[in-house]
Design a protein around this ligand. Structure first.
Ligand code: ZN
Length: 231
């Protein structure tokens, strides 16, 4: 089993591009041979994200958003727009933005207003091609990601889990040694911890995850040592 998993992920490469002053981990995941690529949370500094696409000669297939915060979604509109202008000329399939859950629509609509408040420039509001719901599966770049609604950091936060490859993209729900902030008017720490304990950790200790900030980890390491998940 372990060997099969290793061989599946050995067909893929990943690049993390920390973007914005919040050092948000925009993640690019691609199939080495076909170059089919997935971009998760292109929050800003779109030029640096597209540099990877150009340098690695990737063909972007899907843009996924975990939630509506500006450091995760503020560059999504420009990423989709720039890529699709190019792909339309080539006659290639256009790239959709999928996610998060619709309960984050108010955040995606408010990115520009929020940026003005904190003096940030260059980010744009975004309307996804489609919102996602708990339990659906996204088939892209030869992988199958299950969508789990994990609210609390934001009302519409979703997590993407690839059960065969044993990887998850968890956004700002879970970090190495920490969990997402919930000190927003719409935050709900109890709901977030409940989602981590009932939806994520039961998937298995061996699942490795990439998160919105800081280093990657695994569900097992966090289950055993994350101070927010004890008791
Ligand atoms: Zn966030």
């Amino acid at each position: 089993m372990a060997a099969a998993l290793e061989s599946l992920m050995s067909d893929y490469r990943m690049a993390i591009v920390p973007v914005t002053q919040f050092q948000q981990n925009c993640t690019l995941l691609w199939h080495v041979e076909s170059k089919r690529c997935l971009i998760v949370d292109p929050g800003g500094e779109v030029g640096r994200i597209l540099d990877v696409v150009v340098q690695q000669e990737l063909q972007v297939e899907t843009i996924l958003l975990t939630h509506g915060h500006l450091d995760h979604a503020g560059g999504a509109e420009a990423t989709r727009g720039t890529i699709n202008e190019d792909y339309a000329k080539r006659g290639w399939d256009l790239v959709p933005i999928l996610g998060p859950d619709e309960r984050d629509a108010f955040l995606l609509r408010g990115i520009e207003a929020q940026c003005r408040q904190i003096g940030l420039e260059g980010m744009r509001n975004v309307v996804p091609d489609r919102y996602l719901t708990e339990g659906e599966t996204i088939d892209t770049i030869g992988l199958s990601f299950e969508v789990l609604h994990c609210p609390g950091h934001t009302p519409g936060h979703v997590v993407f889990v690839e059960k065969q490859a044993r990887i998850a993209l968890v956004g700002d729900v879970l970090f190495r040694g920490s969990v997402g902030r919930t000190d927003f008017p719409y935050g709900d720490q109890a709901a977030m911890i409940h989602a981590i304990k009932t939806k994520l950790l039961p998937l298995g200790d061996d699942i490795r995850f990439m998160c919105g900030h800081g280093p990657a980890s695994s569900f097992g390491v966090e289950r055993q040592s994350n101070p927010f998940l004890q008791g």
